[in-house]
Design a protein around this ligand. Structure first.
Ligand code: LLP
Length: 419
């Protein structure tokens, strides 16, 4: 079921017309479907049922809005966090500390200490020194830190270079061949309960063969660690499942992924942990925008919209494709470039794209913007920080305000020697 659908010639989110949100909240604005979030959360959970004992930690970097986190907490999801800020959000949303996994290649000592104080469930260690610091902090606080060691399995995830994380030249994890010796040294430290290993090889993966290859390497490592006498109770298999952004994209279905996981991990006798982000959030949101004008171009006209690269950075950063559809399509089509108002050429969403014909004042959406959308927004060009709306049936709420350029200006000051 598509939670963004046309009804009487206009695009709705669940039972709310997008035109009403544009009218009442203004544009640009992210619009999320609560129904889509719930459905994705359940589909992913059910897909992994054949894999046995599973802990789901939603990668909140994909969409950390408090209302979204609350909704996923109600679905029984824990959280994968990568900063003190994300940890605070997860806790504020009511996600139990025990269900929180703290990932990230550069956790500071202060962040580790806050994690211990909060009693979070697991620290995913990225290097030996981090484990040494964590063990010392835990001893000082008289607690035990539950942790796993993130290994770099050196597989090519076959995704965009900027979101690939499991090749040995990437900054993440410890080389898998060094892991056994490192594990032994860390496991010996008082204060640390080193209970397993973790991997995450990249994001927006269509082909799950690299994941299966990585799991096989993890299995050999787990066998070696057990043979050396270590107790391995948890294996964190990360996130990474891709979603459909455009016609012709064929992402792996969660059920097929779940079947592969069940096959690859049979007999592991450990709690499997997952950190899904995009697969939960991606298709649960759109960026609603208004066409400012259609500017004649040399080859194709430019559709200039009121959303820009500061609101949705993915096209500028990764040449990512987001479908562009009119909220009230006329049936006519046009070939155009689509760009925002920001003063750089990189602020382009699409070139020579065939889209619904639009004119100045019309509303349109960029699809599949629920993941890595609002969370990556900035105020570049002194534009407002984009607001977020959550639709649930026939209700909607503004779940993040538009932060105006004036509010941001109010947080700046001129030192008295320049006044
Ligand atoms: N776990 C770890 C340790 C991660 O680094 C990530 C994503 C995830 C889980 C979630 O991966 P997912 O299931 O969402 O693929 N901004 C980029 C994506 C960056 C992903 C970074 N890490 C984009 O817009 O495509």
């Amino acid at each position: 079921m598509d939670h963004f659908h046309y009804r009487d010639g206009a695009l709705w989110c669940e039972d709310v017309p997008l035109a009403r949100i544009a009218e009442e909240v203004g544009t640009p604005v992210y619009v999320y479907s609560a129904g889509a979030f719930r459905r994705h959360a359940r589909v992913f959970r059910e897909a992994l049922e054949p894999a046995g004992d599973v802990h789901l930690a939603y990668a909140i970097k994909a969409n950390p809005n408090l209302a979204v986190l609350r909704l996923l907490a109600a679905e029984g999801y824990g959280a994968d966090v990568v900063s003190g800020g994300e940890m605070a959000r997860a806790l504020a949303a009511g996600i139990p500390a025990a269900g929180i996994v703290f990932s990230g290649v550069g956790k500071t000592e202060a962040e580790l200490a806050r994690g211990l104080d909060a009693g979070i469930g697991q620290f995913n260690l990225e290097l030996e020194e981090e484990g040494v610091v964590l063990a010392r902090l835990a001893r000082e606080k008289g607690v035990t830190a539950r942790a796993v060691l993130r290994v770099n399995p050196d597989v090519d995830a076959g995704t965009h270079a900027k979101i690939s994380t499991g090749k040995r030249e990437n900054k993440f994890g410890v080389p898998i061949d060094q892991a056994p010796a490192m594990f032994a040294r860390l496991a010996a430290l008082p204060g640390l309960d080193l209970r397993g290993v973790a991997i995450h090889i990249g994001s927006q993966l269509f082909d799950i063969a690299p994941l299966e290859a990585a799991y096989a390497r993890v299995k050999r490592l787990v066998d070696d660690l057990r043979a050396a006498g270590h107790r391995i109770t948890h294996v964190d298999l990360g996130g990474g499942l891709g979603v459909r952004y455009k016609a012709g994209d064929v992402p792996t279905e969660p059920a097929d992924y779940g079947a592969m996981v069940a096959r690859a991990t049979r007999g592991w006798d450990a709690t499997l942990m997952f950190e899904p982000g995009r697969v939960i959030a991606g298709n649960a949101g759109v960026l609603l925008t208004r066409v400012i004008w259609v500017k004649p171009g040399v080859v194709h006209p430019y559709i200039i919209v009121d959303a820009a690269m500061n609101d949705l950075a993915r096209p500028a950063l990764y040449d990512a494709w987001h479908d562009f559809d009119a909220v009230v399509p006329t049936g006519d089509r046009m070939t155009a470039n689509i760009a925002g108002p920001v003063c750089e050429t990189g602020d382009t969403f699409a070139m020579a794209r065939e889209v619904d014909a639009v004119k100045g004042g019309d509303l349109a959406v960029f699809r599949t913007a629920g993941a890595y959308g609002a969370t990556m927004a900035s105020t570049y060009n002194s534009r407002a920080l984009v607001p977020e709306v959550l639709v649930d049936g026939d209700r909607y709420a503004v779940v993040a305000d538009r932060i105006s350029a004036e509010t941001i200006l109010a947080a700046e000051r001129v030192p008295e020697w320049l006044a």
